[in-house]
Design a protein around this ligand. Structure first.
Ligand SMILES: Cc1cc2nc3c(=O)[nH]c(=O)nc-3n(C[C@H](O)[C@H](O)[C@H](O)COP(=O)(O)OP(=O)(O)OC[C@H]3O[C@@H](n4cnc5c(N)ncnc54)[C@H](O)[C@@H]3O)c2cc1C
Length: 382
């Protein structure tokens, strides 16, 4: 049974505690869904999460426009990830994909939020290109003005939900200035002519992922999210919110690993007693528990700071993502070790966790990028 004592920390209100119980119950009854076809599994998860109201937390109600509650996003991601990494992925992408519209969208664009919140539309966030992963400002995709419209040309790669998304937020170069200041964000429906999947990318923890081609994709001027030239700012503001939630997902995977390791250590008999009686094993368990609590403190500190009105939480969000993902990898590795041969048996829960954690140290800013961000903030006194 996972440790839930952190819910009594002062970062949370009774509303958060009730929500944590609710999503826990939901996971126990609705997960896992069949995974034979990963696209179908993701569609089903989005539909179920939407139907049962959980996706309402991924974007504001278009009528009321209340801000996103980051502690809620983190709690849901942590608990979903502890039960099923794919369910966490489906939930998270609805938030990240809709994020630029939630934060900067026009009244017309916000109609999409109704559909992403209900699970009727699958969302995607299309920033990365072949030569601009970590180097975001190096985006080459162009969006050329043509009367009242824009014409998008180029490729995006590593796009989660690529191929199954109904709506993409796409970042392209509009050239108001050089580098980061010449980018804009566009809302592009998946069915737009000229948008196609050129490659499905298979990864060690499968989810829908694709390289997309934009071949003279025409969108109206009203598809620009926020103002032209503000794409970089929009992408970074969106990541400021969702980076802490990646840390929360890592935390959920790590908590599951500790639960599994603890159960195994109590049950497995070695040298005339349970594995848990060996002091080196106790050392592992202690290290795992400390890493988890420290990660939780950083994740929920970042979420609380954002919810408490801090305009930017760049430093806190980067610290949360860096520490929680890196330490979750170490926690899960120890859980694999304590399972012996079973730890690397295909299909075993800790083997799955070992595959699921890896990409979190790379996407939404690799760990090295987080360190650069943190150092810059510290050195500038931010
Ligand atoms: C599973 C998965 C899902 C993804 N989903 C999406 C998505 O939905 N939308 C989207 O737009 N993108 C997505 N991405 C892309 C992801 O954001 C990029 O992979 C990531 O930003 C790294 O870019 P890159 O792969 O080009 O690696 P590179 O930029 O080539 O970096 C390679 C490595 O270099 C090191 N490095 C980079 N910068 C520095 C630095 N400043 N100092 C020191 N070392 C450094 C890091 O170790 C890094 O991992 C996804 C990626 C994965 C793996």
């Amino acid at each position: 049974m996972a440790d839930t004592t952190f819910l009594s920390w002062p970062f949370f209100t009774d509303r958060h505690r009730a929500l944590a119980e609710g999503i826990e119950r939901w996971c126990a009854t609705k997960l896992p869904v069949g995974r034979a076809d990963v696209d179908a599994a993701c569609r089903e998860l989005v539909q179920q999460l939407g139907c049962d109201g959980w996706l309402n937390h991924t974007a504001p109600d278009p009528q009321q426009l209340s801000p996103l509650d980051v502690r809620t996003l983190c709690l849901i991601r942590e608990i979903l990830a502890r039960h099923d990494g794919l369910a966490d992925f489906a939930f998270a992408m609805q938030g990240l994909g809709a994020g630029p519209v939630s934060l900067f969208g026009s009244a017309e664009q916000r109609h999409w939020l109704r559909r992403s919140r209900s699970g009727q539309a699958i969302a995607a966030f299309a920033l990365t290109e072949e030569q601009s992963g970590s180097d975001v400002a190096n985006i080459a995709m162009t969006a050329r003005r043509d009367g009242d419209a824009y014409i998008l040309d180029g490729e995006k790669t590593w796009i989660s939900n690529g191929g199954i998304a109904d709506i993409y937020v796409v970042f392209a170069r509009t050239g108001e200035a050089s580098g980061a200041k010449g980018l804009s964000a566009f809302l592009v429906p998946g069915a737009t002519a000229g948008l196609s999947v050129v490659e499905r990318i298979e990864v060690i923890a499968p989810h829908p992922l694709a390289r997309l081609r934009f071949d003279r994709v025409r969108v109206p001027g009203s598809a620009v999210v926020g103002a032209a030239g503000e794409g970089f700012k929009i992408a970074m503001a969106t990541l400021d919110i969702f980076r802490a939630t990646v840390g929360a997902a890592a935390l959920g995977l790590a908590r599951r690993a500790l639960d599994e390791a603890g159960a195994r250590a109590r049950k497995r008999q070695l040298f005339g007693g349970p594995l848990a009686d060996l002091q080196l094993v106790q050392g592992y368990i202690a290290d795992m528990a400390v890493d988890i609590d420290a990660a939780a403190l950083l994740v929920y500190r970042a979420a609380w700071a954002k919810d408490s009105g801090a305009l930017r939480v760049t430093r806190e969000a980067s610290m949360a993502k860096l520490f929680a993902t890196e330490r979750a990898q170490a926690v899960i590795d120890k859980a694999v070790q304590l399972h012996g041969g079973d730890g690397v048996r295909r299909g075993h829960i800790v083997e799955r966790l070992y595959r699921e954690i890896r990409a979190l140290r790379i996407y939404e800013g690799a760990s090295e990028v987080q360190k650069v961000v943190i150092a810059r903030q510290v050195l500038s006194g931010a």
